[in-house]
Design a protein around this ligand. Structure first.
Ligand code: RNT
Ligand code: ZN
Length: 420
Protein backbone atom coordinates (compact mmCIF):
# COMPACT_ATOMS: atom_id res chain seq x y z
CA UNK A 1 0.00 0.00 0.00
CA UNK A 2 2.79 2.36 0.97
CA UNK A 3 4.45 1.69 -2.36
CA UNK A 4 1.25 2.38 -4.30
CA UNK A 5 0.66 5.64 -2.47
CA UNK A 6 4.18 6.86 -3.06
CA UNK A 7 3.95 5.98 -6.74
CA UNK A 8 0.64 7.81 -7.10
CA UNK A 9 2.04 10.73 -5.17
CA UNK A 10 4.93 11.16 -7.62
CA UNK A 11 2.49 11.64 -10.42
CA UNK A 12 0.17 13.89 -8.38
CA UNK A 13 3.18 16.03 -7.54
CA UNK A 14 3.78 16.54 -11.28
CA UNK A 15 0.15 17.39 -11.85
CA UNK A 16 0.23 20.11 -9.24
CA UNK A 17 3.69 21.31 -10.24
CA UNK A 18 2.38 22.05 -13.73
CA UNK A 19 -0.01 24.49 -12.07
CA UNK A 20 2.74 26.02 -9.99
CA UNK A 21 1.93 24.23 -6.73
CA UNK A 22 4.72 22.62 -4.71
CA UNK A 23 3.03 19.68 -2.96
CA UNK A 24 6.06 18.83 -0.79
CA UNK A 25 6.03 22.33 0.60
CA UNK A 26 2.28 22.16 1.11
CA UNK A 27 2.62 18.95 3.12
CA UNK A 28 5.19 20.62 5.31
CA UNK A 29 2.93 23.61 5.91
CA UNK A 30 -0.01 21.35 6.70
CA UNK A 31 2.09 19.34 9.13
CA UNK A 32 2.75 22.50 11.10
CA UNK A 33 -0.94 23.29 11.55
CA UNK A 34 -2.22 22.50 15.02
CA UNK A 35 -5.94 22.09 15.53
CA UNK A 36 -7.40 22.39 18.99
CA UNK A 37 -9.49 19.32 19.73
CA UNK A 38 -12.49 19.71 22.01
CA UNK A 39 -12.41 17.30 24.95
CA UNK A 40 -16.18 17.78 25.36
CA UNK A 41 -17.01 15.61 22.34
CA UNK A 42 -15.87 12.65 24.44
CA UNK A 43 -18.48 12.91 27.21
CA UNK A 44 -21.37 14.88 25.66
CA UNK A 45 -20.31 18.17 27.35
CA UNK A 46 -20.86 16.91 30.90
CA UNK A 47 -17.61 17.47 32.75
CA UNK A 48 -16.43 15.92 36.01
CA UNK A 49 -17.85 18.11 38.71
CA UNK A 50 -19.31 16.47 41.76
CA UNK A 51 -22.10 19.03 42.00
CA UNK A 52 -25.61 18.11 40.96
CA UNK A 53 -25.19 19.40 37.47
CA UNK A 54 -28.13 21.33 36.18
CA UNK A 55 -29.15 21.21 32.55
CA UNK A 56 -26.75 22.55 29.96
CA UNK A 57 -27.90 26.10 29.39
CA UNK A 58 -27.77 28.32 26.35
CA UNK A 59 -28.81 25.64 23.90
CA UNK A 60 -25.79 23.38 24.28
CA UNK A 61 -27.25 19.97 23.75
CA UNK A 62 -25.70 16.69 22.73
CA UNK A 63 -28.36 14.34 21.41
CA UNK A 64 -28.02 10.60 21.11
CA UNK A 65 -27.08 7.76 23.43
CA UNK A 66 -24.25 5.94 21.67
CA UNK A 67 -22.60 3.65 24.21
CA UNK A 68 -19.16 4.12 25.68
CA UNK A 69 -18.88 7.75 26.68
CA UNK A 70 -15.97 8.69 28.92
CA UNK A 71 -16.95 8.79 32.59
CA UNK A 72 -13.66 9.85 34.15
CA UNK A 73 -10.70 12.02 33.23
CA UNK A 74 -8.68 8.90 32.71
CA UNK A 75 -11.18 7.47 30.22
CA UNK A 76 -11.45 10.79 28.42
CA UNK A 77 -7.69 11.04 28.08
CA UNK A 78 -7.48 7.46 26.93
CA UNK A 79 -10.11 8.15 24.24
CA UNK A 80 -8.36 11.33 23.15
CA UNK A 81 -5.09 9.44 22.87
CA UNK A 82 -6.79 6.89 20.64
CA UNK A 83 -8.25 9.63 18.44
CA UNK A 84 -4.87 11.36 18.18
CA UNK A 85 -3.29 8.24 16.72
CA UNK A 86 -5.77 8.50 13.85
CA UNK A 87 -5.40 12.22 13.14
CA UNK A 88 -2.27 13.23 11.20
CA UNK A 89 -0.11 15.99 12.72
CA UNK A 90 0.50 17.38 16.19
CA UNK A 91 -2.48 19.03 17.78
CA UNK A 92 -3.82 20.73 20.87
CA UNK A 93 -6.47 19.72 23.37
CA UNK A 94 -9.19 22.10 24.42
CA UNK A 95 -10.66 21.70 27.90
CA UNK A 96 -13.23 23.50 30.02
CA UNK A 97 -13.18 24.43 33.69
CA UNK A 98 -15.76 21.74 34.45
CA UNK A 99 -13.23 19.06 33.43
CA UNK A 100 -10.99 19.52 36.45
CA UNK A 101 -9.74 16.74 38.68
CA UNK A 102 -12.05 17.23 41.63
CA UNK A 103 -11.96 13.68 42.97
CA UNK A 104 -14.84 13.35 45.40
CA UNK A 105 -14.95 16.93 46.56
CA UNK A 106 -17.40 19.61 45.58
CA UNK A 107 -15.40 22.50 44.18
CA UNK A 108 -17.53 25.38 43.04
CA UNK A 109 -16.59 27.34 39.95
CA UNK A 110 -15.25 30.34 41.84
CA UNK A 111 -12.95 28.04 43.84
CA UNK A 112 -11.17 26.13 41.10
CA UNK A 113 -7.41 26.28 41.13
CA UNK A 114 -4.56 25.34 38.91
CA UNK A 115 -3.94 22.17 40.91
CA UNK A 116 -7.27 20.78 39.68
CA UNK A 117 -5.82 20.82 36.18
CA UNK A 118 -2.31 19.64 36.95
CA UNK A 119 -3.24 16.15 35.74
CA UNK A 120 -4.21 17.58 32.35
CA UNK A 121 -1.03 19.67 32.18
CA UNK A 122 1.21 16.70 32.99
CA UNK A 123 -0.67 14.52 30.52
CA UNK A 124 -0.37 17.12 27.77
CA UNK A 125 3.32 17.62 28.46
CA UNK A 126 4.02 13.91 28.32
CA UNK A 127 2.33 13.72 24.93
CA UNK A 128 3.86 16.96 23.63
CA UNK A 129 0.48 18.61 23.21
CA UNK A 130 -0.61 22.22 23.72
CA UNK A 131 -3.59 22.84 25.97
CA UNK A 132 -6.37 25.42 25.67
CA UNK A 133 -8.63 26.28 28.56
CA UNK A 134 -12.09 27.82 28.84
CA UNK A 135 -14.20 29.12 31.67
CA UNK A 136 -17.50 27.23 32.01
CA UNK A 137 -20.49 29.52 32.47
CA UNK A 138 -23.20 26.97 31.81
CA UNK A 139 -24.43 23.77 33.46
CA UNK A 140 -24.51 25.41 36.84
CA UNK A 141 -27.34 26.57 39.15
CA UNK A 142 -26.00 30.13 39.04
CA UNK A 143 -26.52 30.15 35.26
CA UNK A 144 -30.08 28.86 35.43
CA UNK A 145 -31.61 32.34 35.31
CA UNK A 146 -30.19 32.64 31.81
CA UNK A 147 -27.76 35.35 32.87
CA UNK A 148 -24.20 35.22 34.13
CA UNK A 149 -21.80 38.11 33.44
CA UNK A 150 -24.67 40.39 32.42
CA UNK A 151 -26.98 39.40 35.28
CA UNK A 152 -28.76 42.20 37.11
CA UNK A 153 -27.98 40.38 40.35
CA UNK A 154 -24.61 41.73 41.53
CA UNK A 155 -23.91 38.54 43.48
CA UNK A 156 -24.33 36.35 40.40
CA UNK A 157 -22.20 38.70 38.36
CA UNK A 158 -19.46 38.74 40.94
CA UNK A 159 -19.46 34.96 41.15
CA UNK A 160 -18.94 34.56 37.40
CA UNK A 161 -16.42 37.39 37.14
CA UNK A 162 -14.37 35.59 39.80
CA UNK A 163 -14.67 32.33 37.91
CA UNK A 164 -13.44 33.81 34.63
CA UNK A 165 -10.60 35.67 36.35
CA UNK A 166 -9.52 32.44 37.96
CA UNK A 167 -9.73 30.59 34.66
CA UNK A 168 -7.60 33.15 32.88
CA UNK A 169 -4.95 32.88 35.53
CA UNK A 170 -5.03 29.08 35.25
CA UNK A 171 -4.83 29.43 31.46
CA UNK A 172 -1.77 31.68 31.76
CA UNK A 173 -0.12 29.14 34.04
CA UNK A 174 -0.91 26.34 31.59
CA UNK A 175 0.62 28.28 28.71
CA UNK A 176 3.74 28.94 30.73
CA UNK A 177 4.13 25.41 32.04
CA UNK A 178 3.77 23.89 28.63
CA UNK A 179 6.27 26.49 27.37
CA UNK A 180 3.92 27.86 24.80
CA UNK A 181 0.56 29.56 24.91
CA UNK A 182 -2.93 28.75 26.04
CA UNK A 183 -6.07 30.22 24.53
CA UNK A 184 -8.84 31.20 26.87
CA UNK A 185 -12.11 31.51 24.96
CA UNK A 186 -15.08 33.06 26.70
CA UNK A 187 -18.60 32.07 25.76
CA UNK A 188 -21.58 32.86 27.96
CA UNK A 189 -25.20 31.80 27.52
CA UNK A 190 -26.74 35.15 28.55
CA UNK A 191 -29.95 36.01 26.81
CA UNK A 192 -33.73 35.89 26.84
CA UNK A 193 -36.36 33.68 25.35
CA UNK A 194 -38.80 36.47 24.67
CA UNK A 195 -38.73 40.16 23.83
CA UNK A 196 -36.11 41.91 25.91
CA UNK A 197 -36.67 45.56 26.74
CA UNK A 198 -33.45 46.50 28.49
CA UNK A 199 -30.94 45.18 25.96
CA UNK A 200 -28.80 48.26 26.49
CA UNK A 201 -28.74 47.67 30.23
CA UNK A 202 -27.70 44.01 29.97
CA UNK A 203 -24.98 44.79 27.47
CA UNK A 204 -23.68 47.60 29.66
CA UNK A 205 -23.42 45.14 32.54
CA UNK A 206 -21.64 42.63 30.34
CA UNK A 207 -19.18 45.29 29.29
CA UNK A 208 -18.55 46.22 32.90
CA UNK A 209 -17.90 42.58 33.82
CA UNK A 210 -15.51 42.18 30.91
CA UNK A 211 -13.65 45.35 31.90
CA UNK A 212 -13.16 43.85 35.33
CA UNK A 213 -12.05 40.48 33.90
CA UNK A 214 -9.63 41.80 31.28
CA UNK A 215 -8.15 44.50 33.53
CA UNK A 216 -5.60 41.86 34.44
CA UNK A 217 -3.23 41.41 31.51
CA UNK A 218 -1.03 38.38 31.04
CA UNK A 219 1.96 37.98 28.81
CA UNK A 220 1.99 35.98 25.60
CA UNK A 221 1.37 32.74 27.45
CA UNK A 222 -2.33 33.57 27.49
CA UNK A 223 -4.31 34.52 24.40
CA UNK A 224 -7.85 35.74 25.02
CA UNK A 225 -10.84 35.29 22.76
CA UNK A 226 -14.53 36.16 23.10
CA UNK A 227 -17.21 34.17 21.32
CA UNK A 228 -20.53 35.58 20.16
CA UNK A 229 -23.73 33.80 19.29
CA UNK A 230 -26.89 34.66 17.39
CA UNK A 231 -29.35 32.76 19.54
CA UNK A 232 -29.66 29.66 21.67
CA UNK A 233 -32.45 27.45 22.95
CA UNK A 234 -33.98 29.68 25.60
CA UNK A 235 -32.25 32.80 24.27
CA UNK A 236 -34.08 33.08 20.96
CA UNK A 237 -34.98 36.76 21.23
CA UNK A 238 -31.91 38.25 22.79
CA UNK A 239 -28.26 37.33 23.26
CA UNK A 240 -26.21 39.84 25.23
CA UNK A 241 -22.90 38.76 23.69
CA UNK A 242 -23.82 39.29 20.05
CA UNK A 243 -21.31 39.50 17.21
CA UNK A 244 -21.34 43.30 17.08
CA UNK A 245 -20.94 43.50 20.84
CA UNK A 246 -17.86 41.28 20.96
CA UNK A 247 -16.35 42.58 17.76
CA UNK A 248 -16.38 46.07 19.24
CA UNK A 249 -15.07 44.83 22.56
CA UNK A 250 -12.31 42.67 21.12
CA UNK A 251 -10.96 45.30 18.78
CA UNK A 252 -10.89 48.02 21.41
CA UNK A 253 -9.29 45.72 23.99
CA UNK A 254 -6.73 43.90 21.90
CA UNK A 255 -8.27 40.45 22.26
CA UNK A 256 -9.44 38.04 19.58
CA UNK A 257 -12.93 37.24 18.46
CA UNK A 258 -13.84 33.61 18.14
CA UNK A 259 -16.12 32.92 15.19
CA UNK A 260 -18.12 29.74 15.67
CA UNK A 261 -19.42 28.43 12.35
CA UNK A 262 -22.81 27.65 13.91
CA UNK A 263 -23.32 31.04 15.53
CA UNK A 264 -24.59 33.06 12.62
CA UNK A 265 -27.65 33.06 10.38
CA UNK A 266 -27.80 29.69 8.62
CA UNK A 267 -27.18 31.28 5.22
CA UNK A 268 -24.36 33.45 6.52
CA UNK A 269 -20.81 32.17 6.14
CA UNK A 270 -18.07 33.17 8.54
CA UNK A 271 -15.49 32.89 5.75
CA UNK A 272 -16.05 36.39 4.46
CA UNK A 273 -15.74 37.89 7.93
CA UNK A 274 -12.18 36.65 8.37
CA UNK A 275 -10.46 39.01 5.96
CA UNK A 276 -12.48 41.92 7.32
CA UNK A 277 -11.68 41.25 10.97
CA UNK A 278 -8.01 40.61 10.29
CA UNK A 279 -7.65 44.19 9.05
CA UNK A 280 -8.20 45.30 12.62
CA UNK A 281 -7.21 42.39 14.81
CA UNK A 282 -3.85 40.68 15.03
CA UNK A 283 -5.42 37.25 15.40
CA UNK A 284 -8.64 35.33 15.09
CA UNK A 285 -10.04 32.17 16.57
CA UNK A 286 -12.40 29.78 14.82
CA UNK A 287 -14.76 27.17 16.18
CA UNK A 288 -15.24 24.65 13.42
CA UNK A 289 -18.73 23.26 13.59
CA UNK A 290 -21.59 22.34 11.27
CA UNK A 291 -25.02 23.74 11.88
CA UNK A 292 -27.88 21.79 10.36
CA UNK A 293 -30.86 24.16 10.23
CA UNK A 294 -29.64 25.74 13.46
CA UNK A 295 -26.57 25.78 15.72
CA UNK A 296 -26.85 22.01 16.01
CA UNK A 297 -23.14 21.30 16.47
CA UNK A 298 -22.98 18.43 13.98
CA UNK A 299 -19.59 16.85 13.29
CA UNK A 300 -17.56 18.94 10.85
CA UNK A 301 -17.29 17.47 7.37
CA UNK A 302 -15.43 18.51 4.24
CA UNK A 303 -18.11 20.79 2.83
CA UNK A 304 -18.14 24.10 0.97
CA UNK A 305 -18.51 26.12 4.17
CA UNK A 306 -15.38 24.65 5.70
CA UNK A 307 -13.42 24.98 2.46
CA UNK A 308 -14.51 28.61 2.17
CA UNK A 309 -13.06 29.23 5.62
CA UNK A 310 -9.71 27.59 4.95
CA UNK A 311 -9.46 29.27 1.55
CA UNK A 312 -10.10 32.64 3.17
CA UNK A 313 -7.20 32.01 5.56
CA UNK A 314 -4.78 30.64 2.99
CA UNK A 315 -5.54 33.26 0.35
CA UNK A 316 -4.93 35.99 2.94
CA UNK A 317 -1.72 34.27 4.08
CA UNK A 318 -3.23 34.38 7.53
CA UNK A 319 -2.76 30.82 8.77
CA UNK A 320 -0.27 31.95 11.37
CA UNK A 321 -2.77 34.48 12.73
CA UNK A 322 -5.60 31.97 13.00
CA UNK A 323 -6.33 29.52 15.79
CA UNK A 324 -8.52 26.71 14.55
CA UNK A 325 -10.47 24.76 17.14
CA UNK A 326 -13.19 22.15 16.79
CA UNK A 327 -16.49 22.72 18.51
CA UNK A 328 -19.21 20.15 17.99
CA UNK A 329 -20.63 17.27 19.94
CA UNK A 330 -22.56 14.31 18.66
CA UNK A 331 -23.68 11.52 20.97
CA UNK A 332 -25.39 9.52 18.24
CA UNK A 333 -22.21 8.08 16.70
CA UNK A 334 -18.99 6.65 18.08
CA UNK A 335 -17.44 9.65 19.85
CA UNK A 336 -13.89 8.85 18.81
CA UNK A 337 -14.95 8.66 15.19
CA UNK A 338 -16.60 12.07 15.66
CA UNK A 339 -13.24 13.55 16.65
CA UNK A 340 -11.43 11.78 13.85
CA UNK A 341 -13.92 12.68 11.12
CA UNK A 342 -14.09 16.34 12.10
CA UNK A 343 -10.35 16.78 12.59
CA UNK A 344 -9.50 14.98 9.36
CA UNK A 345 -12.13 17.01 7.50
CA UNK A 346 -10.62 20.24 8.84
CA UNK A 347 -7.13 19.15 7.80
CA UNK A 348 -8.42 18.13 4.38
CA UNK A 349 -10.05 21.52 3.97
CA UNK A 350 -6.72 23.14 4.86
CA UNK A 351 -4.93 20.90 2.41
CA UNK A 352 -7.42 21.71 -0.34
CA UNK A 353 -6.86 25.41 0.23
CA UNK A 354 -3.07 25.06 0.38
CA UNK A 355 -3.05 23.16 -2.92
CA UNK A 356 -4.30 26.22 -4.74
CA UNK A 357 -1.91 28.35 -6.82
CA UNK A 358 -3.02 31.55 -5.12
CA UNK A 359 -0.41 33.71 -6.88
CA UNK A 360 -1.60 32.61 -10.29
CA UNK A 361 -5.24 33.16 -9.40
CA UNK A 362 -4.50 36.61 -8.02
CA UNK A 363 -2.57 37.45 -11.18
CA UNK A 364 -5.52 36.50 -13.37
CA UNK A 365 -7.79 38.51 -11.15
CA UNK A 366 -5.61 41.59 -11.08
CA UNK A 367 -5.19 41.64 -14.83
CA UNK A 368 -8.93 41.27 -15.24
CA UNK A 369 -8.74 37.78 -16.75
CA UNK A 370 -11.74 36.40 -14.92
CA UNK A 371 -12.14 33.73 -17.56
CA UNK A 372 -8.80 32.17 -16.64
CA UNK A 373 -9.56 32.55 -12.93
CA UNK A 374 -12.81 30.58 -13.26
CA UNK A 375 -11.29 27.98 -15.57
CA UNK A 376 -8.40 27.32 -13.17
CA UNK A 377 -10.66 27.11 -10.13
CA UNK A 378 -12.65 24.41 -11.93
CA UNK A 379 -9.55 22.48 -12.98
CA UNK A 380 -8.28 22.41 -9.42
CA UNK A 381 -11.36 20.60 -8.21
CA UNK A 382 -10.50 17.39 -10.04
CA UNK A 383 -6.75 17.24 -9.43
CA UNK A 384 -5.59 14.15 -7.43
CA UNK A 385 -6.16 15.76 -4.07
CA UNK A 386 -6.78 12.44 -2.30
CA UNK A 387 -3.33 11.17 -3.26
CA UNK A 388 -1.69 14.12 -1.54
CA UNK A 389 -3.89 13.46 1.49
CA UNK A 390 -2.88 9.79 1.57
CA UNK A 391 0.74 10.84 1.45
CA UNK A 392 0.14 13.19 4.36
CA UNK A 393 -1.35 10.34 6.42
CA UNK A 394 1.56 8.11 5.48
CA UNK A 395 4.12 10.73 6.47
CA UNK A 396 2.45 11.13 9.84
CA UNK A 397 2.04 7.46 10.39
CA UNK A 398 -1.74 7.35 10.63
CA UNK A 399 -4.08 5.01 8.75
CA UNK A 400 -5.32 6.34 5.41
CA UNK A 401 -8.66 5.97 3.72
CA UNK A 402 -11.08 4.22 6.03
CA UNK A 403 -8.55 1.97 7.74
CA UNK A 404 -8.82 4.25 10.76
CA UNK A 405 -12.41 3.10 11.21
CA UNK A 406 -11.28 -0.49 11.79
CA UNK A 407 -9.13 0.76 14.63
CA UNK A 408 -12.04 2.66 16.12
CA UNK A 409 -14.22 -0.46 15.86
CA UNK A 410 -11.56 -2.51 17.59
CA UNK A 411 -11.22 0.05 20.39
CA UNK A 412 -14.99 0.13 20.71
CA UNK A 413 -15.13 -3.62 21.24
CA UNK A 414 -12.16 -3.79 23.57
CA UNK A 415 -12.65 -0.63 25.62
CA UNK A 416 -15.81 1.39 25.05
CA UNK A 417 -18.39 -1.38 25.21
CA UNK A 418 -16.88 -2.62 28.45
CA UNK A 419 -17.85 0.65 30.13
CA UNK A 420 -21.22 0.06 31.66
C1 RNT B 1 -21.70 27.37 22.67
C2 RNT B 1 -20.34 27.70 22.17
C3 RNT B 1 -19.20 27.23 23.03
C4 RNT B 1 -19.35 25.80 23.52
C5 RNT B 1 -18.11 25.19 24.12
C6 RNT B 1 -18.42 24.00 24.95
O1 RNT B 1 -22.68 27.65 21.78
O2 RNT B 1 -20.18 27.28 20.87
O3 RNT B 1 -18.02 27.41 22.36
O4 RNT B 1 -19.82 24.96 22.52
O5 RNT B 1 -17.38 26.13 24.78
ZN1 ZN C 1 -18.19 27.50 20.02
Amino acid sequence: MEHTINGAYESARDNYARLNVDTDKVLELLGAQAISIQCWQGDDVRGFEKMDSSAASGGIQATGSYPGKARTIHELQQDLEKALTLIPGTHRINIHAMYGEFHDSVVDRDAIEKRHFQGWIDWARALGLGLDFNATLFRHPKADSGFTLSSKDPGIRRFWVEHVKQCRSIGAAIGKELSGFCIHDLWIPDGMKDTCIDKYGYRALLKRSLDDIYAVRYDDHLKDAVESKLFGIGSESFVAGSHEFYLGYAITHDIMVCLDMGHFHPTESIADKITAILQFSPGIMLHVSRGVRWDSDHVAVLDDQLRDVTQALVRAQALDRAHIALDYFDASINRISAWVIGARATLKALLYALLEPTDVLIKHETTGDYTARLALLEELKTLPFNTVWDRFCLLHNVPFENAWLNEVRHYEREVLLKRT
